[in-house]
Ligand binder design. Sequence first.
Ligand SMILES: [Ca+2]
Ligand SMILES: [Ca+2]
Length: 194
Amino acid sequence: MGRVLKGDFNIGKWGLVNKTGQLAAPCEYDQIDNFYEGMAEAQKNNLWGYVDTTGQEVISCQYDFTDNFYNGLAVVSKGGQYGLINTAGDEVVPMGTYQNIVYVGTVTEGSFYWVEQNGKWGIIGNIPDRDLGDINADGKIDTTDARLALQHIVGKNVLTGVALAAADVDKSGKVDTVDARLILQYIVKKIDKF
Ligand SMILES: [Ca+2]
Ligand SMILES: [Ca+2]
């Protein structure tokens, strides 16, 4: 997936083209950022949302501020309020819980964030607990998870922390094609647990 700028550079609009050069997302965005975990921030009419690698605007442009997805979660802000959303756009940490959220990074067990509440700062992390196979923590195991596992295996969108742990469905200590195959078998209901 590549990004294209159409028209005059200063007033140009961004879209996405796939490998064969076909337009996957229309050139209607002011900006499109790089892909993280299969999602790219996209800005339209000064508001930010996300497009996926097929070019679909999966989370509509509604936020004043967005950040990259890490371990299936992203910091977003609207009207001066901050929240954390998953790749389905659900507010895992509802808007308004904190006055600010800053992604700190990943340690071995998961993602951590600095948060501000009533003028005081604290740290939250390891949210949400995710089930084996549910790599993006959206509550279901589907082709998105299989794709994330495969992208990790080929070295694209490398998983870390709890997402990595969720991808290691056979608990072998590494995420490889065995895990990807098991996730696919789960999706097609050949197996019903890992
Ligand atoms: Ca999932
Ligand atoms: Ca494994």
